[in-house]
Design a protein around this ligand. Structure first.
Ligand SMILES: Cc1cc2nc3c(=O)[nH]c(=O)nc-3n(C[C@H](O)[C@H](O)[C@H](O)COP(=O)(O)OP(=O)(O)OC[C@H]3O[C@@H](n4cnc5c(N)ncnc54)[C@H](O)[C@@H]3O)c2cc1C
Length: 417
């Protein structure tokens, strides 16, 4: 297939020059480098190191590092548009890239809009300058271990992974599950709870620490042989008395909690991967039915009414999802109004469920030959199934929150409660 058209036409969607430039760069890299390698990484369930070499070479590891630190300075929306173009060609690369980029977005644009004392701000400036230098000068990549298998990742209880104060730093103990980039990251941006003086754990005491891959007491465990997103290599992590110097604090204590409450769109960053997969399923179907898929005899199937109806259904779903998503990412900001938060949940649900629905329709209408492993549709189908499982905004939890928020205003209760 030739290089595809942009997912969001620059004129029609009124993109800024920066958005056009970064989305085009990601699309070019995706089509020329990531797409040809995607089947191999998927088959071997191997982390896409070669893709990361390309991302590094093009400065994309620093996509959300502010320009004054030497990065590309993309804001939230620009990053989301660029990342969707990667998701079209390799879901696992886009998803793992997101884990890395969060370490820059949270410490950069988000942290700048949150409250800190003057002293915290000063320290944060110094520490993030080092953090960004590790990425830009040493080529470091960051994982984002958050999930633990309990209710913490859903945001209802504190993380069970703990950090205790020790001279000059923190001692971390705990376990994380499903840590994408496990064994390949240079640093693990661990979310953990600072143990209070009385031994209690509180959500507002969440810490965000960078654990180096070779820290004593840190190990990667477990196997990784899942249905989809196989190249994310999301194995488990164990922390046993791991000492983390305070210089590796990625944000001041309490700032992550503040971000989770005041910058809820931060959790929307898992969606571009899956929006890209939805676009890929649609593009595949159009090429297949037009008889233009490389590796297939040029047999056209587009003249059948059933195929046209199926593609119409896919296009409807894709258009609805893209429009809602674009509006939601345009509304991201600190302290968004309730309307915008509801729309963000709706967009998350629409993308995560929609991607797999579109892929399902693609399989049904393209037929048996299209599910052969030598074509990308069967991988897209498997990868797209994983989006709804991503905490804290799983498809179930989005519905749960949306339904409640539609019917209740802040603080409202029913008499029988
Ligand atoms: C490919 C892939 C890559 C991933 N990469 C990462 C990563 O890099 N870092 C990371 O931290 N995590 C990662 N995850 C983990 C992901 O975010 C989830 O934490 C994980 O899939 C949850 O596992 P579970 O469904 O067994 O969780 P469970 O906690 O058993 O949740 C099951 C479902 O129950 C519902 N549920 C959970 N808690 C509540 C609640 N309190 N109230 C109501 N309903 C609830 C949710 O809908 C949830 O989907 C990844 C997952 C996948 C599939």
């Amino acid at each position: 297939m030739n290089e595809p058209a942009p997912m969001f036409d620059p004129d029609l969607w009124d993109l800024t020059p920066e958005q056009v430039e970064l989305a085009s760069l990601c699309r070019r890299l995706g089509a020329s480098r990531f797409r040809p390698r995607a089947a191999m990484f998927d088959r071997e369930a191997r982390f896409p190191e070669e893709n990361y070499a390309d991302l590094r070479e093009h400065g994309l590891l620093g996509i959300c590092i502010p320009k004054r630190y030497g990065g590309l300075g993309a804001d939230f929306k620009t990053y989301m548009l660029a990342a969707a173009e990667i998701g079209r060609f390799c879901g696992s690369t886009a998803l793992t890239f997101n884990m890395h980029v969060c370490s820059c977005l949270w410490t950069g644009e988000l942290a700048d809009s949150l409250e800190m004392t003057r002293e915290q701000r000063r320290r944060h400036e110094r520490r993030r300058a080092r953090h960004y230098a590790r990425i830009l000068e040493e080529g470091a990549i960051y994982a984002q271990p958050f999930s633990e298998g309990g209710a913490a990742a859903a945001g209802t209880v504190p993380f069970a992974t703990t950090a205790r104060r020790r001279d000059g730093g923190w001692v971390v103990n705990g376990r994380k599950i499903f840590a994408s980039l496990a064994g390949s990251a240079d640093y693990y941006g661990v979310l953990c709870t600072q143990v209070g003086e009385d031994g209690t754990l509180k959500r507002r005491d969440t810490l965000y620490l960078a654990v180096p891959k070779d820290a004593p007491g840190f190990t990667v465990t477990g196997e990784w042989d899942p249905l989809g997103m196989r190249a994310t290599v999301s194995r488990d992590l164990v922390f046993r008395e791991v000492f983390v110097p305070e210089e590796l604090e990625l944000m001041p204590p309490g700032t992550y909690y503040q971000a989770a409450v005041r910058w809820p769109h931060m959790f929307l960053t898992l969606t571009p991967t899956y929006l890209g997969l939805a676009q890929a399923a649609y593009d595949f179907t159009v090429a297949y039915l037009r008889g233009e898929l490389p590796g297939m005899p040029p047999v056209k199937r587009r003249m059948y009414a059933t195929k046209q109806l199926a593609v119409a259904e896919m296009r409807l779903r894709l258009e609805q999802t893209k429009a809602l998503w674009f509006q939601a990412i345009s509304e991201a900001r600190v302290d968004p109004p309730k309307e915008a938060v509801l729309r963000a949940w709706a967009a998350q649900h629409a993308v995560m469920e929609g991607a797999n629905d579109i892929a399902r329709l693609a399989v049904r209408t393209c037929g048996g030959q299209a599910i052969l492993k030598r074509f990308e549709l069967e991988r897209i189908y498997r990868d797209s199934r994983c989006g709804s499982l991503m905490l804290p905004w799983t498809a179930e939890l989005c519905l749960d929150r949306l339904g409640r928020a539609c019917l209740y205003e802040e603080g409202e209760r029913d008499e029988e409660d």
